[in-house]
Design a protein around this ligand. Structure first.
Ligand code: NDP
Length: 318
């Protein structure tokens, strides 16, 4: 059976703040972008509740609403947003070949990758039950809701250390659950945690269940993995900071990645190691991981795609 084919100037993979911002800029530059949304249209923010730190919304906005706004704004300038999942890519050569849902082939002059990253979860049933109702994987996004209340955070890497100190400025007390008897985080970060008086570190401790009243989190049941003793810690917020996984399986062996799988872009740019292929948002950012920084790099990717195409057209005309 022959595959359906179509050629476009700019294909954007992923529909989070990075993808939609890239689409807004690409559409306004007349690149007639097509966004393939992936399996979670709108990305990570559709799985959160209030977003209070995205500039332009003085009263805050619900994550899903923010993503609908970004989508509408992209569509207003002619972006075509399609529900579809990229199953294969061939990025070498001037014309990029993208397979959608295992059947359709789209060829494109430029590809903007904004497939994001996925927060790792512990895998507890209660964790998903209370996700958005006291359970969060982003202290910067949700810490504010726990001002002067007690929270717990699980993890012992740099992210957990950074988020614990961030939370300690807001919460009355932070219980840090560390599964071994030591941190993975850098010495400087550990030093900061140890010197924050309202962080209590529970070593050799794992969360076994998030406790709640059916509506919101009320505590966490933990086990000491040395003594097997279990304890209930009353908290209103439970933060998971055990790492993120960038969604880059599709690009393995094609695009340069770091050891965790984050795409590597050139300095001060969204340019990947393949010409005409740009990466923006969390898929290439393990440090900031904010909606606004993702949107910023989305803008960069579209401007760079536009410049790349203009330079090519200029070269042909000469
Ligand atoms: P890491 O992979 O470095 O750390 C993950 C942490 O979570 C580890 O302490 C690990 O424990 C713990 N963990 C994993 N699974 C579980 C589980 N099921 N239950 C309990 N604990 C668990 O991820 P990070 O997100 O912290 O960091 C990712 C990268 O980003 C690192 O290279 C880091 O240095 C970098 N980074 C840098 C920052 C900065 O420079 N400002 C800020 C944030 C991140 P264990 O140690 O026992 O394996």
């Amino acid at each position: 059976m022959s595959q359906e084919r179509e050629h476009i100037k700019c294909l954007i993979i992923g529909s989070g703040p990075a993808g939609y911002t890239a689409a807004i800029y690409a559409a306004r530059a007349d690149l007639k972008p097509v966004v393939y949304t992936g399996l979670v249209p709108g990305g990570q923010l559709t799985q959160t509740t209030d977003v209070d730190n995205f500039p332009g919304y003085p009263k805050g906005i619900l994550g899903p609403e923010l993503m609908e706004d970004l989508k509408s704004q992209a569509e207003r300038f002619g972006t075509e947003v399609r529900f579809g999942y990229v199953t294969k890519v061939n990025l070498e050569g001037e014309i990029k070949e993208i397979e959608i849902d295992g059947s359709k082939i789209v060829t494109a002059d430029t590809v903007i990758i904004s497939t994001g990253a996925t927060a790792k979860w512990l895998g507890l049933e209660s964790e998903q039950k209370y996700n958005g109702f006291g359970v969060s994987a982003c202290a910067v996004c949700d810490g504010f809701f726990f001002k002067n209340r007690e929270v717990a955070i699980v993890g012992a890497g740099d992210t957990a250390a950074e988020e614990a100190t961030y939370l300690a400025k807001l919460a009355s007390k932070v219980h840090m659950l560390v599964r071994r008897d030591e941190f993975r985080a850098s010495k400087a970060m550990v030093h900061r945690v140890l010197n924050t008086p309202n962080i209590e570190i529970h070593y050799n401790t794992e969360a076994v269940e998030i406790l709640g009243d059916g509506q919101v989190v009320t505590g966490v049941k933990v086990i000491n993995n040395q003594t097997q003793a279990t304890t209930d810690i009353p908290v209103d917020g439970f933060f998971v900071a055990i790492g993120h996984k960038p969604n880059t399986e599709l690009f393995t062996g094609l695009l340069d990645m770091d050891e965790t799988g984050y795409l590597i872009t050139k300095a001060d740019s969204t340019q990947t190691n393949i010409e005409g292929v740009f990466a923006c948002g969390d898929v290439q950012d393990h440090i900031y991981r904010q909606a606004i920084t993702a949107a910023g790099t989305g803008c960069m990717a579209a401007l760079e795609a536009e410049r790349y195409l203009a330079a090519k057209e200029h070269a042909i005309a000469e």
